[in-house]
Ligand binder design. Structure first.
Ligand code: AMP
Length: 215
């Protein structure tokens, strides 16, 4: 089963993807994570993407679609894909259709995480992750149970994304409204869109997503 998790920055796509990977053995394909890895490694893609990402703008459709294409081609056909943060524009949505078709796959669900935009800035500026295993946390909503120690791997090193500051977040939201939200009607016409209250507790959102996957 292949699904898209859609929603503005901070809606919980990464958190819910991690849960889906754990519960259902699906694979998370996050273009944001792939780009951050490329920036860290200093690859040509990373060099191109770094400043665009720091501004909160979108990197080129071709770069992200090529990343998704390569990852999907390397996946076994039995593993379901969770597209997290992709597609984000109409050309990317078209590219995804072509990539899926080439790989003999189809889209089962597009799940939109609906959120209150005013709460998003607080959500995003408070988030951090384990520097070692990547487990996701939030200063107030989801801190490690033992302060300063990762629940998953015991590491004491954490990191914050450079684009998780208020100014960049506002730009990322503007990009979402202008370029990403308009791809929803196309999926709606195909009858595959479901909406989930992304402001609910993490477990409640996960339950709602599982109910959609069973439907
Ligand atoms: P994310 O981790 O999904 O919030 O993405 C972080 C940043 O990476 C975004 O603000 C964009 O600059 C870039 N990015 C990630 N995915 C895409 C995409 N599908 N299209 C264009 N830019 C992307």
């Amino acid at each position: 089963m292949n699904i898209i998790l859609l929603g503005p920055p901070g809606a919980g796509k990464g958190t819910q993807s991690a849960g889906l990977v754990e519960r259902h053995g699906m694979r998370q394909l996050s273009t944001g994570d792939m780009l951050r890895a490329a920036v860290k490694a200093g690859t040509p893609v990373g060099l191109k993407a770094k400043e665009v990402m720091e501004r909160g703008e979108l990197v080129s459709d071709e770069i992200v679609s090529d990343l998704i294409d390569a990852e999907l081609a390397a996946m076994g056909p039995e593993t379901g894909a969770i597209f997290d943060g992709y597609p984000r524009t109409a050309p990317q949505a078209d590219a995804l259709d072509a990539i899926l078709a080439r790989n003999g796959r189809s889209l089962a669900h597009v799940i939109e995480l609906e959120v209150d935009e005013d709460a998003l800035v607080e959500r995003i500026t408070g988030r951090f992750s384990c520097a070692k295993c990547g487990a996701l946390y939030h200063d107030t909503a989801n801190p490690p149970s033992n302060p300063g120690v990762c629940d998953s791997c015991g590491s004491t090193e954490f990191k914050r994304r450079p684009d998780d500051n208020e100014e960049t977040v506002r730009m990322r939201m503007q990009e979402y409204r202008a370029k990403t939200a308009p791809i929803l009607p196309g999926y709606e016409a195909r009858g595959i869109v479901s909406r989930v209250d992304g402001m609910a507790a993490i477990d409640a959102v996960a339950d709602a997503i599982d109910a959609i996957l069973r439907s």
